[in-house]
Design a binder for this molecule. Structure first.
Ligand code: LMR
Length: 328
């Protein structure tokens, strides 16, 4: 009997000691607004899985897709308050923190995803990751979604076709100006509202990557999608400077490695979906996909290019020139 009591007491003591020494894992809440089968959704899940594999008992990544936790207009504030640790926002949504990232919104500036990749990896692109540091936000890397296409309830072949229509845009002044250049009306609205706005015809059209148009079913509400490739949806993976610098150095290194690997993975998904999601939309028979002739495309370029000059001072001429140098 005494032996049994001693054994039980020893067991209790060793359990208590173990729990006193075992540390709770560091939790990284990763919040984003798109579907899980998109480049960003897959990148975030890959990051979660790599961290689980490599740092299982030390760090736990929780991914919240589809604006479940925060929309993009709130997530940076939440990050600075420590309520969420990572996000991957479209570069069109940082204007309250830096004006320089507006370079990514200039229409017809970067000609394809390879040019975007070269620009991100240039000295200028790498410096832009730190452009919000004094505001407490740190960029850990860039990720692609895809080139932007216009959709509407009428065929858009030349810029005049967009005149008088209402388009949802992301919260970017450059994009607002781009729509004004077409004599269209821009409405800055959160991503989570786009489908309903289209469905109820509160707006006539929108611009987005093929993967967002497909995964959020925008094509089911729009009669026409024109492959304009007039801009990009591109992301920055961000964290709070305070959170990042507070991590043990070895963990920071491992996490950055996992971010870099999951970005490569997400970029490969983006490249693939730029074609496969367009094909899926075409095969659905719900909306008609239009391609521009070189002559039609030239007209869009000419209509939208004046926007560059308007934002040159805010962005910096040097930054725009570095981006242009990245074109093939
Ligand atoms: C949008 O708001 O249209 C997109 O930026 C959503 C996203 O994150 O891809």
């Amino acid at each position: 009997m005494i032996k049994r009591i001693i054994t039980a007491a020893a067991l209790i003591l060793s359990t208590l000691a173990a729990s006193a020494f075992a540390q709770d894992p560091i939790v990284i809440k990763f919040s984003h607004v798109v579907a899980e089968n998109t480049p960003k959704g897959q990148m975030a899940n890959k990051f979660r899985d790599l961290v689980h594999e490599r740092l299982g008992d030390r760090v736990k990544v929780e991914v919240y897709p589809n604006s479940q936790l925060y929309g993009d207009n709130k997530v940076l504030e939440a990050m600075l308050l420590g309520d969420v640790q990572m996000g991957a926002l479209s570069l069109s949504k940082f204007k309250r923190y830096t004006k320089k990232l507006q370079v990514f919104d200039l229409p017809f500036l970067l000609e394809d995803l390879d040019a975007v990749y070269r620009f991100e990896n240039s000295d200028t692109g790498k410096n832009l990751l730190r452009s919000m540091e004094r505001r407490g936000i740190l960029g850990l890397g860039y990720l692609h979604s895809g080139m932007k296409q216009f959709s509407a309830n009428k065929p858009l072949r030349v810029p005049e076709d967009a005149a008088g229509l209402k388009f949802r845009i992301m919260s970017s002044d450059v994009l607002a100006s781009q729509m004004h250049a077409l004599n269209a009306t821009p409405l800055k609205k959160p991503f989570s509202e786009v489908f309903t706005l289209l469905q109820t015809k509160a707006i006539d059209g929108q611009e987005n990557s093929w993967s967002n148009i497909y995964s959020k079913k925008f094509y089911e509400t729009q009669e026409y999608i024109t492959q304009t490739d007039h801009g990009i949806i591109n992301y920055m993976i961000v964290t709070s400077d305070e959170f990042w610098k507070g991590l043990p150095a070895d963990l920071r290194g491992e996490l950055q490695k996992a971010i870099d690997e999951s970005i490569d993975f997400g970029n490969a998904v983006a490249k693939e979906k730029a074609t496969s999601d367009r094909v899926a939309v075409e095969q659905s028979g719900r909306s008609k996909v239009l391609d521009l002739t070189p002559e039609e495309r030239k007209q869009w370029v000419e209509a939208m290019r004046p926007v560059w000059k308007e934002f040159e001072r805010d962005i910096g001429k040097d930054v725009i020139e570095a981006a242009l140098k990245s074109n093939g």
